[in-house]
Design a binder for this molecule. Structure first.
Ligand code: IMP
Ligand code: MG
Length: 199
């Protein structure tokens, strides 16, 4: 783990709660059959998913839930490019409307892999939903059907997202500032206090 600190909150708790409620309503409007299969990608999606399904209940959805445990990151901040399946879909999705839920869409490999797996299993329609969409480093051409927030090209933690298994418990989403990266910390200092930075 690189030296870092976490102090810049990008999405506070109340902003997340309001947006998740809206997103659940969007999903419900676009899902006439309430009998939906929802597949959460572990581990990052568990906090978002727990809130999303309770909000979606208020909008009439009655999902069957399952999880996949996929690994793409090792312990660092850069995707390894290879997806390992540690737990596969167990629920029978054949002929069913299926929604894949993940924390963040980055290179796109994880979500594309999970969507392909649901199709292989015979799902009638596969749609995707992510808390954050970080389009800057997309390696696979994939667009999520439902997105809570667009996300800047920074490593973020909290509300289920981790750095080396830490910070999933933060109720908000914050950017990680790596203190061994001089270029980044100068840029961040400039963004925080423009008046103190020489022209
Ligand atoms: P992708 O396969 O590159 O799209 O990456 C998706 C997975 O990488 C997510 O499910 C996250 O677990 C992880 N990930 C990508 N970006 C971040 C980040 O900024 N913070 C924490 N995890 C991330
Ligand atoms: Mg994840």
């Amino acid at each position: 783990m690189r030296p870092h600190h976490i102090e810049r909150v990008l999405f506070p708790e109340d902003v997340i709660a309001r947006r998740v409620e809206e997103l659940a309503a969007e999903i419900a409007r676009a899902t006439p059959d309430p009998d939906l299969c929802v597949i959460g990608i572990l581990r990052g999606s568990f906090v978002f998913l727990a809130d999303l399904i309770r909000c979606s209940h208020r909008h009439g959805l009655r999902p069957r839930l399952d999880f996949m445990l996929l690994h793409s990151y090792g312990g660092g901040t850069v995707s390894s490019g290879e997806i390992r399946v540690l737990r596969d879909i167990d629920l029978d999705v054949r002929g069913r409307d299926t929604l894949i839920v993940d924390d963040i869409l980055d290179t796109g490999r994880t979500l594309a892999f999970a969507a392909a797996r649901a199709r292989e299993r015979g799902a009638a329609r596969v749609r995707t939903c992510v808390l954050l969409d970080k389009p800057a480093r997309r390696a696979v051409p994939i667009t999520a059907d439902f997105v809570a927030f667009p996300c800047p090209d920074e490593f973020v933690v909290g509300y289920g997202l981790d750095y080396d298994s830490l910070y999933r418990d933060l109720p908000w989403i914050a950017a990680v500032t790596f203190t061994d990266d001089t270029r980044d910390s100068t840029a961040i200092a400039a963004a925080r206090s423009p008046s103190e930075v020489p022209p």
